[in-house]
Design a protein around this ligand. Structure first.
Ligand code: FNR
Length: 356
């Protein structure tokens, strides 16, 4: 059982200096099966490793004597202000990490002024997450039961969500072998997919290979909320997304949890940025662990990035306080990187400042 007293959480944070420190601390605190669920990827986890390695393969070139002044990190995405171009990626089942689950994450997001993308498979309802005051977007897996999908869309609208994030890299579940070895295929007793009908069992969630552009067209007609497609890696799909009325694209391989051996998301970003040519905002997730990683992604064509696993580690270490600390660390590192690069804002770092 996790000790939830304020003293224990602040003590847990004492030794945390960077984002990576959270993972080691979380590994100590989490049940092994749940740690594996968060950490794992598909099959050989080639893509999991590739995501982080892609940032390591790129170097940053500072510009000098530009007098950039104090860095301005604030940004606007799809008309919505955020305190920095770092979002919380949608990850399922926060209750495995911390009893207050997505409510703790939402409170931290609200305090930090960052956009949280809530997962459809959250363990508290989207309404309860919205009540934290976080700037919220809702991620969806389009369910073939369109009446159900529409009901979720209406709930997102009513809860004040600023956008829908449709995950398109999941016509089936990736093959997670750590999950197979641990026999982890559903939530423990007392936890459920709170947005879903019935008992909220994971096995009742449908990842359907029938989902197609027709469903996106349907969704486009069904809501006036901005729609982002998450999980695009092919430049032709990025063009199609724009043609079908998507308002944004998240370049992502699902943190290496779906098709293994895809390239790192960062490696696909420049090509997709060229294909989209500024028509819609681009986000990137996968392997972002440092302020310098954020700077690299923005220089290569993203307007913002999202972080997945680090949020889960921080939540497991100290709940809301942990996620607040994580976001502070990211903000501090990004501000420092931008200043050292000679830029006044993250968006001012240019493509020529990133080299192999
Ligand atoms: C995810 N991700 C994810 N994505 C999504 O669209 N719906 C979901 O329910 C989930 N669930 C989920 C659970 C866990 C445990 C992880 C680690 C990830 C993918 C997530 O949004 C994001 O694409 C990656 O996590 C980004 O990579 P990093 O930051 O974890 O390296």
């Amino acid at each position: 059982a996790v000790d939830l007293t304020a003293a224990s959480t602040s003590e847990a944070l004492d030794d945390i200096v960077n984002v990576r420190d959270f993972e080691a601390a979380a590994r100590d605190r989490l049940n092994r099966v749940h740690y594996d669920y968060f950490a794992s990827g598909a099959q050989d986890e080639v893509t999991v490793a590739a995501n982080e390695a892609a940032f390591g393969r790129r170097a940053l070139i500072p510009r000098v004597l530009r007098g950039p002044g104090a860095p301005a990190l604030e940004t606007t995405l799809l008309g919505q202000p955020a305190s920095m171009p770092v979002l919380i990626a949608p990850t399922a089942f926060h209750r495995l990490a911390w009893p207050e689950a997505e409510v703790a994450t939402g409170r931290a997001a609200a305090a930090a002024g960052v956009i949280m993308i809530a997962a459809m498979l959250s363990t508290v309802t989207v309404e309860d997450i919205a009540a934290t005051g976080a700037k919220l977007w809702l991620q969806l897996y389009v369910q073939p039961d369109l009446a159900f999908t529409e009901s979720l869309v209406r709930r997102a609208e009513a809860a004040g969500c600023g956008a829908l994030v449709v995950t398109v890299d999941s016509p089936a579940l990736g093959r997670n072998e750590r999950g197979d070895r641990n026999d982890f295929h559903d939530l423990p007793p007392g936890m459920r997919c709170a947005n879903m009908g019935g008992d909220g069992h994971v096995r009742d969630v449908v990842l359907s290979p029938e989902i197609s552009w027709r469903h996106l067209d349907w969704l486009r007609r069904t809501t006036s909320l901005p729609i982002l497609l998450k999980g695009v890696l092919h430049d032709a799909d990025a063009r199609l997304a724009v043609e079908h009325g998507a308002d944004g694209i998240i370049v992502s391989n699902h943190g290496g949890r779906q098709l293994d051996t895809t390239p790192a998301s960062l490696d696909r970003l420049p090509l997709i940025a060229d294909a989209v040519a500024g028509r819609v905002p681009l986000l990137l997730d996968g392997g972002v662990r440092r302020g310098t990683d954020v700077a690299k992604a923005l220089a290569l064509g993203a307007q913002a990035v999202a972080v997945g696993r680090p949020v889960l580690w921080a939540l497991a270490v100290a709940g809301e306080a942990g996620v607040r600390r994580l976001l502070e660390l990211m903000r501090g590192e990004l501000a420092n990187a931008v200043t050292l690069l000679g830029a006044g804002a993250p968006a001012d770092v240019t493509r020529d400042q990133v080299v192999p």
